[in-house]
Design a protein around this ligand. Structure first.
Ligand code: PBG
Length: 330
């Protein structure tokens, strides 16, 4: 006998792909993935966003085609953002039943009836100044904004949305949206609140996608300070008390500790958003051949899931679904 006389040899469970898959603790599944789409006016429009290769602004007909393709890949949920034809001071197109998001929801209900439709509720895509609310000078009016958000959420529910997802970070918006939905008989429409949304540099490419960079100032008075986690728990607690069905942490990768604390503390359905800047970084490094992009994609998504996210919103949803189906990359 040579060598060590070891009773425990952890490497035994790593000797083959089959052995590793038997003892794998986190099993990333396509069921967890939500695919964000950017819907614009027009027909036959499919315009790539330069800082997000593989992601497009889509007219309603193209959004339906993209969703049908995603469904074939196994993805069962989409999150819709809209770019209105015209923006104004108060973001009035946010609640317009003829705007791209509401139109897309109706079309998806008709053509992709087994896909869960989630809509982003915020004013920043709709205001001419790019802020998430109605302004008085340079100050966002919280309570006035909340009324506008509730109207937008109702218009999404009327179009047929299954879940509305307020991303504005105004105080009290979940309660106001819940009340507005219930008053109109939409008690089955769920709320996924962006509960712990940080003021992040990683939203940069998204703002190109929907042309929503604030004309002045920033979002620090409503989005959270990246240094805080106790505050995230307070935000989540409030949103749950106000009626949120699913709570979200955003961005994902720089905030895995927050995802874990939120999941272990509340044991509620928890979502994480792998945002545009996270996607752009992986794409850029992959294009330069500096990383193996498919592996980095699955490793990131697995990490987010392992931290405690039941639901992952990702621009990689289709690519990840296909990679998971192939199975050999994991
Ligand atoms: C606001 C909203 C933003 C994102 C989702 N909803 C941008 C922001 O707060 O500036 C960012 C998503 C991403 O970066 O992928 N409506």
């Amino acid at each position: 006998m040579t060598g060590l006389n070891l009773l425990r040899r952890p490497r035994r469970l790593r000797v083959s792909a089959g052995m590793r898959s038997l003892v794998r603790e986190t099993r990333l599944s396509v069921d967890a993935l939500v695919y964000p789409l950017f819907v614009v006016e027009g027909q036959g429009v499919r315009r790539e966003i330069s800082s997000m290769p593989g992601v497009f602004q889509l007219s309603v007909d193209e959004a339906v085609r993209e969703t049908a393709g995603a469904r074939e890949d196994g993805v069962r949920a989409v999150l819709l953002f809209g770019l209105p034809a015209a923006k104004d001071d108060t973001g009035s197109a946010a609640a317009d039943p003829a705007a791209p998001v509401q139109t897309a929801v109706r079309a998806l209900r008709e053509h992709c009836s087994d896909v869960t439709i989630i809509t982003d509720v915020c004013l920043c895509e709709y205001t001419s100044h790019g802020h998430c609310g109605v302004l008085d000078g340079e100050h966002i009016l919280n309570d006035v904004t909340v009324e506008h958000l509730a109207r937008a959420a109702v218009s999404h529910a009327e179009a047929g949305a299954h879940i509305v997802a307020p991303s504005d970070m105004m105080d009290g918006r979940v309660a106001a949206i819940r009340a507005a939905l219930d008053a109109r008989g939409f008690d089955d429409v769920a709320i996924m609140s962006y509960a712990a949304k940080y003021c992040s540099a990683f939203y940069g490419p998204f703002r190109e996608a929907v042309d929503s960079a604030p004309a002045f100032g920033d979002r620090r008075t409503h989005q959270m300070d990246p240094a805080n986690t106790d505050e995230a728990l307070r935000e989540v607690e409030l949103d749950l008390a106000e009626g949120a069905d699913i709570i979200m942490v955003k961005p994902a990768l720089p905030y895995l500790d927050v995802i874990q604390r939120v999941k272990t503390r509340f044991r509620q359905p928890t979502a994480a958003y792998q945002v545009s800047g996270e996607y752009a970084m992986l794409k850029a490094a992959g294009r330069l051949d500096w990383i193996d992009e498919p592996r980095a994609m699955l490793e990131s998504l697995t990490g987010i899931h392992r931290a405690g996210a039941d639901i992952i919103i990702t621009y990689y949803a289709r690519e990840a679904a296909r990679a998971l189906a192939e199975h050999d990359l994991v």
